[in-house]
Structure formats: structure tokens, C-alpha cells
Design a protein around this ligand. Sequence first.
Ligand code: SF4
Ligand code: FES
Length: 256
Amino acid sequence: MSAKKDMDLTLKIWRQKDATDKGAMKDYTVKSVSPDSSFLEMLDMLNEDLVNKGEEPVAFDHDCREGICGMCSLYINGEAHGPDRAVTTCQLHMRKFKDGDTITIEPWRANAFPVIKDLIVDRTAFERIQQAGGFISVNTSGNTQDANGIPISKHNADKAMDAATCIGCGACVATCKNASAMLFVSAKVAQFSLLPQGEIERKDRVLNMVHQMDLEGFGNCTNTGACEVECPKGISLENIAILNREYLMSSLTKEK
Ligand code: SF4
Ligand code: FES
């Protein structure tokens, strides 16, 4: 049980009817919010109030509410996923705020992530980047080598597992002043480049994923490092160095 008492809060929330609407911030109040509740539960309370008053509830994305799916993309008080570190919005607790606080809630802002409604953005650009190369081909003829029979160094296995924890939430893009998707793409490329299973499409993967990233309108990395700070999964900038090396090596050695 938290020692903190329930809170009354003012919320400034981005409301936008659809993709064509100009949108604006709107003020709301929520009362008696338990510090033990999650940020999304607090938004559920607000929506229940709005529905009871016959008003349109605030649209926001969520699914697992366990930090796994990457859906809960909110910009809270100017920070992707709010003031806590290494958590998604669904894992953010109201004890991070205090009674009487004003909380600003906005959607991700990036040209490649257009707002669909209120706090929901279209992140299918990430899916198209994945489809361009974020996969491996496996021989399923019946002669497939047992994966456990392929030696992988502990160092590479650990690094690949770390990169694989990226949940595709887009906080890196939302945080970056260039709206760069480099941290996301680098996590996907590094994950496979560190494992023998990723060898087959190695060169095509990085070239195609970077090409799609550019087509989608994401900006470039200028080594600010904000993405790494706000990433809920702690994806390291080191992956961007791997991405750059993979890209250079593939551009120079790929047969035309
Ligand atoms: S790198 Fe981090 S912030 Fe970017 S999509 Fe992956 S988990 Fe989210
Ligand atoms: S709702 Fe799935 S990560 Fe937050």
C-alpha cells in the first residue's frame, strides 16, 4: 500500500478528431487518482467520466499493458513514456506525480508517424521497414540443422538478445530532434548480424531496411543520444555503430 494520498490532477490532452483535423490541447480534471494506479488506468478513469457525461473518450493505443507490445506511445510532460526511466507508459505509475500536478499528454510527433486520432499515431512505417529485411530465411526441407548445434559466442549471443528486446514502440523517433529511426533499425539489423542465422540476407537486409527507412521520411542520426535515454528497453547506441558498419560493408561489397 502506498503512503501517498489520492491525487486530483489537471490533464492537458491533445485532441484531434481524425488525420485531417488540425487538433488542439484540451484541459480535463481527474479526481481521487490512487498513486498505486498505472498511467493508463488514470486515463481509463478519465474516459469513464467522459463517457458518463456523454462526451467522446480520449483515443489512445494500448494492448498488453505489460511493457511487451510497444503500443502505449504517449509523450508525457515532454518525455516519451513519461518521467520514469526504462519503462513503457503502461508500466508508469501515478506515484511519479503529486497531488495538484498538471500533466501534458501528447501523441508521438514525427512526419513518418501521422496522428490518426487524439493520441494514436500510425506506426505502420516501422512494419514496412521490418518487411524490407527484418527477418531470416530458414531451410525447412527436413534437413534443417539443429539451432543448438551452431556455436555462437557468449558475447554475441548476449548482444543479440539485448538488441532483440526492442519492442518497436517508436519512443526513439519521438524523442529525436531529427525524428530518426536509427535506433530501431539498428536494433533489428544488429540482432541478426551478430548471429549465424542472419548471414544469408546480411547485405540485402541492411541496404533494404535503410532504404525503406529513408523512403518513410525518418531523419538521420546526429549522435545526440536522446533515443538511448528514452528507450524503455535500454537499446544501446552501440547498435547504431553496428548498423553503420554493416551498411558500409554491404554497400562496398554487394555485387551489382
Ligand atoms: S529502440 Fe527502444 S525506443 Fe526505439 S522502438 Fe525499439 S524499444 Fe522503442
Ligand atoms: S501496452 Fe503493451 S507495452 Fe504498453
